[in-house]
Design a protein around this ligand. Structure first.
Ligand SMILES: Nc1ncnc2c1ncn2[C@@H]1O[C@H](COP(=O)(O)OP(=O)(O)OP(=O)(O)O)[C@@H](O)[C@H]1O
Ligand SMILES: [Mg+2]
Length: 337
């Protein structure tokens, strides 16, 4: 490797000054030791604590965490809507504070909250947003967005007349109106129907294949498992897991014994189980523990249906990470500054 290449690689990993880097060596988004403390009536509250994350060009990246973990706060800092108390965020090398307009233009942000102007119809809202980013004659792309998001027949409807799920579709269209290289989706599928989810993911996956970087937060872990190549998990403002999705899945130990039942579980299993209605999921370290679980169920007279033994999924990994029982490690290369 030439010394020039080394300089560029080094610069790309940790965002040295602008102008040093070339596309491909520089992360799409670089969160560098980002902390955020809110001043509240009860005193200071630290929502983010030294978050270090690089999202590479073209990645489909998942940011997961329980309610209040700090996902929206991190995205607000990225979008320039909130200021980091410490640290900095670079978008393709542009600092979101020092070069706000330059950084913002590269981002399409779908906010978690439904915010809209009640005086516009859908097409007007999209034209207005195009104008905000200085994009002229954008109707062909606006029509494509409307078609891909199932909104063509709502183009002239006033924003107030739309259902919640349709408003969210418009927010997605608004975020994409200037064809941003980086698409940031803060729970885009909250409250939307199955059909839109499929349409939305089909469209976002297409944009990702065409080279757009995607940063997604979601509580639907099966969506994250299916879509995201790499995932970070936040807990109380800290990154507690960061790896490729496939590697994270490997860290979950053992298997899961899953079945349906109408009966109550015996106390010995009750505290281990994840119960969703009739579906019971019991983690097991090995075959002997599965046998033990089955014996306990038999002795207690619990009738089970549709029994299966499966590999842990991302939800199991997430629960293990959040309870501190995961074997997953944050790679040192990602943490080091
Ligand atoms: N403006 C604010 N003032 C004070 N505290 C805030 C403010 N905004 C967020 N917080 C707090 O910061 C923490 C992180 O909030 P944030 O909205 O980032 O969580 P989240 O991970 O997006 O959660 P959710 O999954 O519910 O959307 C929470 O405890 C929240 O109450
Ligand atoms: Mg949030």
């Amino acid at each position: 490797m030439t010394s020039d290449a080394r300089v560029l690689l080094g610069a790309g990993r940790r965002g040295a000054g602008q102008g040093l880097k070339i596309r491909g060596f520089m992360p799409a988004v670089s969160f560098q030791a980002v902390s955020k403390t809110f001043v509240t009536p009860k005193g200071p509250f630290q929502a983010l604590n030294q978050v270090n994350l690089d999202i590479e060009e073209g990645e489909f990246f998942g940011l997961l965490g329980p309610n209040g973990a700090g996902k929206t706060t991190l995205i607000s800092i990225l979008a320039g809507l909130a200021r980091a108390t410490q640290g900095r965020v670079l978008v393709q090398g542009s600092d979101v504070q020092a070069h706000f307009a330059q950084a913002r233009r590269k981002l399409g942000v779908v906010p978690q909250e439904l915010v809209f102007d009640p005086f516009f119809n859908v097409r007007e809202a999209l034209r207005f947003q195009s104008g905000y980013f200085g994009v002229k004659n954008n109707d062909a792309w606006i029509d494509e967005l409307l078609a891909n998001l199932g909104l063509s027949d709502k183009a002239n409807a006033n924003m107030r007349q739309l259902s919640g799920g349709m408003k969210r579709r418009v927010l997605v269209a608004q975020a994409l109106v200037h064809k941003p290289p980086i698409i940031v989706l803060d729970e885009p599928t909250a409250g939307v129907d199955v059909e839109l989810r499929q349409t939305l993911w089909h469209f976002i996956a297409r944009l990702n294949k065409e080279g757009h970087t995607v940063l997604l937060t979601t509580h639907y872990l099966e969506e994250a498992e299916a879509l995201c190549g790499r995932i970070a998990m936040l807990k109380a403002g800290r990154v507690v897991a960061l790896d490729r999705t496939s590697e994270l899945l490997k860290t979950a130990s053992g298997s899961v014994l899953q079945f349906k039942t109408d009966a109550l579980l015996p106390p010995a299993l009750d505290h281990l189980a994840r119960v969703t209605g009739r579906i019971v999921q019991l983690p097991a370290r090995d075959a002997a523990e599965i046998e033990n679980h089955l014996a306990t169920l038999r002795v207690a007279g619990v009738e089970v249906q549709d029994m299966e033994i499966r590999r842990p999924d991302l939800e199991d990994v997430f629960l293990q990470v959040m309870s501190g029982t995961s074997a997953s490690n944050i790679p040192l290369s990602e943490v080091a500054l």
